[in-house]
Every structure is written in structure tokens, then in C-alpha cells.
Design a protein around this ligand. Sequence first.
Ligand code: LIP
Length: 277
Amino acid sequence: MASSQELVEWERVGIELAMEAGKMMVSASGRNTNIDTKASFADLVTETDKAVEAFLFGEIGKKFPSHKTIGEESASDGSAKCVWTDAPTWIIDPIDGTMNFVHTFPFTCVSIGVTVNKKVVLGIVYSPFLDKLYTARIGCGAFCNGRPIKVRPCATFKEALLIAELGGSREEEWKKAVFKNLQSVAWISHSVRSLGSAALNTCYIAEGFADAYYEFGLHCWDMAGCSIILTEAGGVVMDTKGGPIDIMSRRFIASGTGSIAKQLSDTLPVHLELERD
Ligand code: LIP
């Protein structure tokens, strides 16, 4: 386990790097050059995703040579598989909400989670366009721009504001599953939002703006940083089938309360089994 001084230092460095990454995003915004696709025509990667990841990996390597890194772009292009050990590991999504970034929809962020012994101990999510910096260290609470944040205790599923996403696949089986799940919750809750960034969706629950979020097909870099921000704000993360969260499993429920999370898990009719990270 890391000492509390180490965690404070890692957080200080992580925040500095996230702010620099945010500047890179802002200066590239709207240029939209070199957009590639991954799993489908709706799963995008830009040159800025790659540049931000290379910058973060380079700086982390210089500052903490013994630490490991896992990142969306190097994992996706096959140059570095997700090797997750007990060593301190920085799990990074250089731009979470790349589709939004490409369209200049401001709901996009850089997301950083650090694990030790395969447990998330630090989370930093920075949205430069919304100017929101979410942070959490294990056992120390969650913050937005330095101000403590807390979930909203929503009493009943009927009163819950949910978040769901379409995800990046466009395969038939996927599309059917997404709509079946959406239909199962849409008419028995207050409503459903879809904003396009897993990390920010989860931070919005941590801040009490929404009550629960689920998605299949996420990766560890989508879930790592934001999950500790939510739990430190008093919320819960779990597997869509109701068990403990496994950030390599590609399945994610985030909620302000355990009971809404459980009800969401019990209600979803389709639980996709996807290849692990
Ligand atoms: C995105 C997620 C979003 C999901 C997309 C994609 P990216 O991350 O945050 O919630 O629906 O499929 O995975 O690819 O922009 O980092």
C-alpha cells in the first residue's frame, strides 16, 4: 500500500499533468485533424488522444520510473496490452468522450486512476471545457475544484435520474441489447440522459446531479479514476450483475446509493459478456 504522503505527492503531480493535458485539448479543439476509427465508425480516436497519452506516459515515466502505465490508445493500437500488476499503475484515458471532443461538445475530460495492489487509490478527472477538476484519494473524500462533493440520496427508482450510453459498437446484437436495456429502465425512472463520457457521467453522480449510470463495453481507463471519486463521495460502483466491481470486466454500474444500484442491476434484462481488458 502507498503511504499517505506518497498519495498526496502522486495527486499533486497527477493534477499538474491533467491540467497540462487539458490545455492540449483546448488548443486542439475544433481542428479535428487525423480522426481514425476503432471498433466501428462511431468509435473515434484523434491525434490529440494519442498526443495527450504520450505526454502523460512520458511525464509519469520521468517522475515515477518504477510505476506502470495502462492507457487507452496504447492498449487499443496493440502496442501495449493491459498488464495489470500490484505495482502502482496509472490507468489513463487521455480523452474520455472523444466523440464529444471531435464535435466540440464540451462534455469531455482527461481521466486518471492510480491502482496499488489492484485497488484504485487515487482518481483525477479534469474537464477543461467545463473547468471542472474532480479528485479523490482513498479515505479522504471527493472534491470538485477543491470543494467537497457528496451524492444525492435518491429514495426510489421512480425518482431517479439515470444516465445510459449507446457505446461504440454498431453490431446488430449490440444495438438490440442496448435498446432492450434502455427500454427496461426508461419508463420506470424520472428520465435517462446520455452525455458521452463515462468518467464525467460518474462524477456527475458523485456531485449529486444524477442518481445512477450503467454501461457495457467500457474499459478500465473509463472506470478507474471516476470510480474512486464516486465512492469517496458516498456512492457505489458495482458489476452490472450486482457483484463487486471489476474494472477489467467491461461492465459498470455507478450510483449514489446501493439500493438504486441493486434495483438497476435487477432490472436490466441483458448482461453482455465481453472480452476482458
Ligand atoms: C467513451 C465513453 C462513453 C462510451 C463510449 C466510449 P472514449 O470513451 O466514455 O461513455 O459510451 O463508447 O467508450 O472512447 O471517448 O474514451
